[in-house]
Ligand binder design. Structure first.
Ligand code: PEP
Ligand code: CO
Length: 442
């Protein structure tokens, strides 16, 4: 028997219109009996790592799909995403000599907030796609009805993904001696791929040197990799919140790190209250309309005990706004004395519609927002602690630009996202090289 947590009845934004509350309740009851995906001790460990990032002694890299799908929850796709994050992390670690805390938008990122409850096409109005955890993407009546059994499928898909991630990261695949292997299938004649080979060569030589002097190489075999997703469905997250037997404290065992989105961070809403209850490290997205006072108040609610690593603020201002909107927020939070990790999401403030009708992002805007983020922190003497990006391990054409030269006209070639446009592998590595340069100047 595990202790029940009672939740106050607060307004929860962005909840899908579940048609059958009884069916939803029975799914929640089943979810509540299932084993945890992650353990409290792992969440605590991540919080300690994040505390290092808050002080500038580590850098956080969060990356993965905008919206995971059941279809793409297969070994090839997961491996490709993992590989991209590992390669980015090697680039950053090598350049800046900083440990990189690796966090995937993976094993649970199945929920999407929507600007409109419904979508209209050719006069037909259906429920918007809220992510595979809720309904299906095809535009037909049956696909779009929210189906709570999908929450169970989400749980099972997430356990399978996390199982594979754990196998890859603990079973030798992520061994640093594999730095070349990760690049093998990758276009070696791409600029980023070649640059990566050079770094990998340097690392090989450093490892050979360590072996020669008899240094212990065991620590190279395993990497810590954490799972994160947006805590959007209040039902799913509450059902997976458990009292840890060791500490008697509540943890959301659906993922190590949960974040609250820009659209659900109302101070008096159910999401912020939920986040304040759980002991996991948590994040909140901060957009350009956030007021410094509101953000500071939120920090007080979410981190009243001023625990380092507990709270990450993920700014997503847009390339044109970050330099104006971010400083007053950073100053206000900094002067409150509440420790936070400052992370830059250069994706969500830079979404635009291409002439082809595709939702896209310009690589240059992404880079410019990260640059602005570093500038703001440099000017204020605060710490730029990490990067949060939407990426895939595949050669998709969803974001425009980069040395690989995805043009607006090519967007239709391989546009596969279920939601927002993601950086492809080459764009991801290129961004990592650029951020590595910024980190060295930090
Ligand atoms: C997201 O991260 O996919 C997302 C919806 O972000 P935001 O809440 O910042 O808009
Ligand atoms: Co997104």
């Amino acid at each position: 028997m595990h202790m029940q947590i009672t939740w106050p009845d607060l307004p929860a934004a962005q909840q899908p219109p579940w048609p059958d509350p009884v069916a939803l309740d029975s799914v929640m009851a089943e979810l509540a009996t299932l084993p945890p995906l992650v353990f409290a001790g792992e969440c605590d460990q991540l919080r300690e790592r994040l505390a290092d990032a808050a002080l500038g002694n580590a850098f956080v890299l969060m990356g993965g799909d905008c919206a995971e799908t059941f279809e793409a929850n297969n070994a090839d796709s997961i491996r490709a995403r993992l590989k991209t994050v590992l390669q980015m992390s090697v680039i950053l670690t090598y350049a800046a000599s900083l440990p990189v805390i690796k966090v995937g938008r993976v094993a649970g990122q199945y929920f999407k907030p929507r600007s409109k409850l419904t979508e209209v096409r050719d006069g037909v109005e259906l429920t918007s796609y809220f992510g595979d955890a809720v309904n299906a993407l095809p535009f037909d009546e049956a696909s779009r009805v929210p189906d709570p059994t999908r929450l169970l499928r989400t749980y099972h898909a997430s356990t399978a993904a996390l199982n594979l991630v754990r196998a890859f990261t603990q079973g030798g695949y992520a061994d640093l001696r594999q730095v070349h292997a990760w690049n093998q299938d990758f276009v070696r004649d791409s600029v980023a791929g070649q640059r990566y080979e050079a770094v990998a060569g340097d690392i090989d030589r450093a490892l050979a040197f360590m072996r020669a002097i008899g240094a212990d190489a065991d620590s190279l075999e395993r990497v810590e990799f954490y799972a994160a997703h947006e805590a959007l469905s209040i039902h799913y997250e509450r059902a997976l919140t458990r009292i840890d037997s060791r500490t008697g404290l509540p943890y959301d065992v659906s993922g190590h790190f949960l974040w609250i989105g820009e659209r659900t961070r109302q101070l008096d809403g159910a999401h912020i209250h939920f986040a304040s209850t759980i002991r996991n490290p948590i994040g909140v997205k901060i957009g350009p309309t956030a007021s410094p006072d509101d953000v500071a108040q939120m920090c007080e609610v979410l981190n009243p005990d001023r625990v380092p690593g507990r709270l990450t603020l993920i700014s997503r201002m847009g390339a044109g706004k970050v330099r104006d909107a971010l400083p007053s927020i950073v100053q206000k939070v900094d002067s409150s004395g509440i420790p936070v990790v400052w992370v830059c999401d250069p994706m969500h403030g830079n979404t635009r519609e291409a002439a082809t009708g595709h939702k896209t992002r310009l690589f240059d805007d992404v880079v410019s927002e990260v640059q602005g983020f570093f500038e703001v922190h440099r000017n204020l003497g605060t710490i730029p602690g990490g990067l949060h990006v939407e990426l895939t391990g595949d050669d998709v054409t969803e974001c425009v630009g980069g040395t690989g030269g995805v043009l607006e006209d090519n967007l239709g070639d391989r546009y596969e996202t279920a939601c927002d446009p993601r950086l492809n592998r080459e764009q991801s590595l290129e961004l990592a090289f650029l951020v590595a340069d910024m980190l060295m100047l930090r």
